[in-house]
Design a protein around this ligand. Structure first.
Ligand code: PBE
Length: 336
């Protein structure tokens, strides 16, 4: 037994805590210090601040937690809404309090706060990335010539994360979605032209129902495309719906199209159920990401974990290791 071995085992113990490593990866949420700090209602479990339970991200998270007894013993997933989650995040951020949220990119919160994804070292979320996708009811493209023109625009609509960010931020800073969409269209005439081409409406009486979900990125893309279509002469019935209703309504034909799908990963639960009865038209944004996100102050080793359950646990171990009075065996006993 050498001092080096003892110091080696000490530094391993040190690496196991958020105090010495910072909170940077999902596996560290199981650390009892973190569980306690995230226990908002005092029931002994940490809280993950979520969004609407119809979202793909919540479906994935809930399936992971409920299917894993270690996690379900330590965590509750709190359902809310996109705005409920960002309100909770804003409050925690103002007082530098611990919080873990379900978030995604693109989202304006990354422009407003210093946030970071926890590294997914437990396989909580699917890997491989996602697209925001335009979906239509089957047969929209063969309904009539007017619908074919609309469908042609849908099959070209595509923008970037930066484009989406600019509209989301404008809305977050107080612009109405319609005003933010108009400002984007005015400043991106040539892009809009690549979407519309020569496909203007030929029948203003034929109404199309456009469904969207109230997440900030899909509010932004839907308002932009809705305005582009309206200005091209199409008669659009614009409807905010829950994610599950968007899919079931596309499948039964009562909804004509949406730009609120996240596929193939995030909303795989819906896609596996409905893919044979829905038309995947076109990816409208690439590089979409979901995950667990924390304010970056939680990643610092200087962060004070105020609800620490084992304060001072590391210090006595360190002293013992230095003087060489403890063997790895007894060290292990203490850990257990
Ligand atoms: N989201 C935002 C959605 C898609 C857009 C990631 C919260 C979800 O289904 O999870």
């Amino acid at each position: 037994m050498t001092a080096g071995m003892l110091l080696g085992s000490y530094s391993q113990a040190g690496h196991a805590t958020v105090q010495t490593e910072g909170l940077t990866k999902i596996s560290q949420l199981l650390d009892s210090t973190v569980v306690k700090a995230l226990d908002g209602n005092g029931n002994g479990k940490g809280d993950i601040t979520g969004i609407d339970s119809g979202s793909g991200e919540m479906h994935i998270l809930n399936a992971f937690i409920s299917g894993n007894s270690t996690w379900s013993a330590k965590y509750d997933v709190i359902a809310s809404s996109g705005t409920g989650m960002t309100t909770a995040l804003g409050k925690a951020y103002a007082t530098q309090s611990p919080i873990v949220v379900t978030l995604w990119s693109p989202h304006w919160a990354f422009s407003k706060y210093n946030l970071t994804y926890l590294k997914d070292d437990v396989g909580m979320f699917p890997s491989g990335g996602d697209h925001v996708v335009t979906l239509a009811r089957k047969g929209l493209n063969t309904t009539d010539a007017n619908a074919q023109h609309l469908y042609n625009i849908l099959s070209r609509f595509h923008w970037t994360v930066a484009d989406c960010n600019s509209v989301m931020l404008a809305i977050q800073n107080g612009a109405t979605p319609a005003a933010a969409a108009q400002a984007f269209i005015s400043s991106h005439q040539s892009l809009v032209k690549t979407w519309v081409g020569n496909d203007n409406a030929t029948d203003k009486n034929e109404q199309f129902t456009y469904g969207y979900v109230a997440w900030s990125d899909t509010i932004a893309n839907s308002n932009v495309l809705k305005l582009v279509l309206t200005q091209s002469g199409f008669n659009i019935n614009f409807k905010q719906l829950d994610a599950g209703v968007v899919y079931s309504s596309l499948a039964d034909g009562s909804l004509d199209f949406t730009t609120s799908a996240w596929l193939p990963s995030t909303q795989a639960n819906y896609w596996s159920q409905y893919n044979t009865s829905i038309d995947w038209v076109h990816a409208n944004l690439d590089g979409a990401v979901i995950g667990l996100v924390v304010p970056t102050y939680l990643t610092l080793t200087t962060y004070k974990w105020t609800s620490s359950s084992t304060p001072g646990f590391e210090a006595p171990l360190f002293v013992l290791a230095i003087v060489g009075l403890v063997s790895v065996k007894t060290y292990k006993k203490r850990r257990n």
